[in-house]
Design a protein around this ligand. Sequence first.
Ligand SMILES: [Zn+2]
Ligand SMILES: [Zn+2]
Length: 76
Amino acid sequence: MATCEVCGNSYEKAFTVTMEGRDHTFDCFECAIHALAPACSHCGCRVIGHGVGEAGHVFCCAACAEHEAAGAAHRH
Ligand SMILES: [Zn+2]
Ligand SMILES: [Zn+2]
């Protein structure tokens, strides 16, 4: 039995994810995504796939990266 570090649920099929040298225990993927997946810098949704990285930002898709680049160009 292990306890999910997000929701506190004790579940016999809980699993551990090692990220940057630290172990995290979860009862389901939803909790793992909530805790570990980066958020898209444009729309805020969780980036579950490889994502699109640009200058320290992570985006869920190329469209969001383009929107953000266009927005930054507008602001300055
Ligand atoms: Zn959980
Ligand atoms: Zn996005």
